[in-house]
Design a binder for this molecule. Structure first.
Ligand code: CTP
Length: 442
C-alpha cells in the first residue's frame, strides 16, 4: 500500500526511521515527507536511503509531477510521527505552507498523527484544542506515551514506540482496505487479519482500533502487575517469572488516554502521574486492589498472583540441618513445606460487584496448552469460570512472554464469540488493544 510518512521537527524524528523500516519491510511503498525543521534532526540522505525515494520538504521540487496534490490523493495512509505542536497547529488551521501540510489537505485516506513534545506544550489549551479539532475531523491521534522526555523531565509527551505506531498503521490500512473496494491488498498479511476480517462492524467493543485521544478521561482505573512473592523465611520466598512489564505498560497507556490510574505492583515502578502502590504478597495485593477497586471504573488483574502460599512463616532462617529432640541428634532431612490456598482476587472482584456501578473487570490468563485443550480453549473455559468481562489470554513458557518486551495475546469478551488477536507486538501495543476493547464497554 502507499504510505506517506510525515515527519515534523522534533527530536523523536529519529524514531520515525524505525517506523519507516517497519513499514518498508512489510512491503509498503513509503514516501517520506519531512518538514524543513525535521531535517535538522535527521537529514534527507537518511530518509532517501531508507525509503529508496527522493525527499523534499517544499512544493517547488519536481513541479511537473504536481507532488503537492498527487502524494495526498494517491496515499492509502498518511502517518505523521512525530507531530509537533507547530505541525498540529498548522494542520488544524488548514495551512498549506510546505509539502507535508499540502499532503494533509489533499489526502482522503486515513490519517494518523502521533504527537510528541514537552508536557507543557502538550497540556497547553491551544494544543489540546488543535488535537480536538483534528480528532473531530477524523484524524486518528495516537496519544503520547508517558515517560522520560528530552531533558531530565518526565511526563506525557513521548512518541510511542515505532512498533506501536506500526501496529496502528497496519490496523488503519486494513480498515481502509475493507471499506474501500479499490484499495489493493496489503503487501504482507497484517498482524491480526482474522479478527478484522471476521469483525462485526457494529461490535465496537471488539473492534481492534486504538481509541480516540483522552477516551479514558475522567475514568478511574486500577491495574495490578507483577508476580507475588510468598515468604518462607526472612531470606526465601515462593515466586514466579512475571516481570510486571505488561501491567506497567497497561497503566502507562491508560494514563496516556486520560485515566486516573492506581498501579498495584510487586515490581519496581517509577511511572510519573500514576499512583503506585508497592506490594509483595498475594494478601497485600488483595487488600490494595480491593481498596482501590471500590471507586474504580475498570480493574485489570494483570498480576501473576500466587495460587498458594506457605502455611507458616519461619521468623528465623530455615537451616540446612537442625538439632532434633531431647537426645541432641542432628536432623538432616529436607523440610516439608505445607501450602495453603490464596484467595482468588479476580473471583472476589466479580462476586463483589454491584448491579449499578460495576467496574469493568479484566483478567489475564497465562496458559501453556496441554492434553486437555489448546491455549484458547483453556482461555474460554477460564473466562466462563472467572466471570470477568474481558480476558486477555497469552501463551507462556520459560522462553515466552516473561520479561520480554513483546507479547502475543488473544482478547476474549464475555458473551461474545469474537476474538481480537494481537501481536507479536510491543507490550505497549498490546495495552492499546486492551484499552480499545475496554473503552468500548464503558
Ligand atoms: N488471579 C487472582 N487471584 C489468584 C490467582 C489469579 O486474582 N489467586 C487472577 C490473575 O491476576 C489473572 C487471572 O486470575 O487475572 C487468571 O490467573 P491464572 O493464574 O491464569 O489462573 P488461575 O485462576 O490461577 O488458574 P490456573 O492457574 O489453574 O490456570
Amino acid at each position: 500500500m502507499r504510505v506517506v510518512l510525515g515527519v515534523a521537527g522534533g527530536i523523536a524524528a529519529y524514531k520515525a526511521c524505525s517506523l519507516l523500516r517497519l513499514l518498508a519491510e512489510a512491503g509498503h511503498d513509503v514516501t517520506v515527507v519531512p518538514t524543513a525543521s525535521a531535517l535538522r534532526f535527521v537529514g534527507a540522505p537518511t530518509w532517501a536511503a531508507l525509503s529508496g525515494k527522493p525527499v523534499s520538504t517544499d512544493v517547488w521540487s519536481d513541479v511537473q509531477d504536481v507532488p503537492h496534490v498527487r502524494l495526498g490523493q494517491e496515499a492509502d495512509l498518511v502517518v505523521v510521527a512525530p507531530a509537533t505542536a507547530d505541525l498540529l497547529a498548522r494542520a488544524a488551521t488548514g495551512q498549506a505552507d510546505d509539502l507535508l501540510t499540502n499532503v494533509l489537505l489533499t489526502a482522503r485516506c486515513p490519517v494518523v498523527m502521533a504527537p510528541a513534545m514537552h508536557t507543557e506544550m502538550w497540556d497547553h489549551p491551544a494544543t489540546q484544542a488543535n488535537v480536538a479539532t483534528l480528532s473531530e475531523r477524523g484524524v486518528h491521534v495516537v496519544p503520547p506515551a508517558v515517560g522520560r522526555l528530552t531533558g531530565k523531565d518526565t511526563g506525557p509527551g513521548r512518541l510511542p514506540e515505532p512498533e506501536e505506531l506500526y501496529a496502528v498503521c497496519e490496523r488503519e490500512l486494513a480498515r481502509s482496505a475493507r471499506t474501500s473496494p479499490t484499495a489493493a491488498a496489503p503487501a504482507t498479511p497484517v498482524e491480526n487479519p482474522a479478527p478484522l476480517a471476521d469483525a462485526n462492524p457494529g461490535d465496537a467493543a471488539l473492534s481492534p482500533s486504538t481509541g480516540p485521544l483522552g477516551d479514558l478521561a475522567g475514568r478511574r482505573v486500577v491495574v495490578s502487575a507483577g508476580g507475588t512473592r510468598e515468604p518462607l523465611d526472612p531470606v526465601r520466598f515462593l515466586g514466579n517469572r512475571s516481570s510486571g512489564k505488561q501491567g506497567h505498560a497497561l497503566a502507562a497507556a491508560a494514563a496516556g488516554r486520560g485515566a486516573e490510574v492506581t498501579l498495584v505492583t510487586s515490581a519496581p515502578a517509577d511511572l510519573p502521574g500514576i499512583d503506585v502502590v508497592a506490594v509483595e504478597t498475594a494478601l497485600q495485593l488483595r487488600e490494595a486492589v480491593h481498596a482501590a477497586a471500590a471507586t474504580a471504573d475498570v480493574v485489570v488483574m494483570a498480576a501473576a498472583v500466587a495460587d498458594f502460599r506457605p502455611a507458616s512463616y519461619a521468623a528465623t532462617k530455615i537451616k540446612k540441618t537442625h538439632v532434633d529432640g531431647a537426645d541432641g541428634s542432628i536432623d538432616e532431612s529436607a523440610p516439608v513445606i505445607t501450602l495453603v490456598r490464596n484467595p482468588d482476587i479476580l473471583a472476589e472482584l466479580v462476586q463483589r460487584r454491584g448491579e449499578a456501578d460495576s467496574p469493568v473487570i479484566v483478567g489475564f490468563a497465562a496458559e501453556t496448552g496441554d492434553a486437555h485443550g489448546t491455549v484458547l480453549e483453556h482461555g474460554r473455559a477460564k473466562l466462563e469460570r472467572k466471570g470477568c468481562d474481558v480476558l486477555v489470554v497469552n501463551e507462556v513458557g520459560v522462553d515466552r512472554t516473561f520479561g520480554a518486551d513483546d507479547n502475543t495475546v488473544t482478547i476474549l469478551r464475555r458473551g461474545s464469540d469474537e476474538t481480537v488477536e494481537v501481536g507479536p507486538v510491543s507490550k505497549a501495543a498490546v495495552s492499546a488493544a486492551v484499552w480499545d476493547v475496554v473503552a468500548g464497554l464503558l
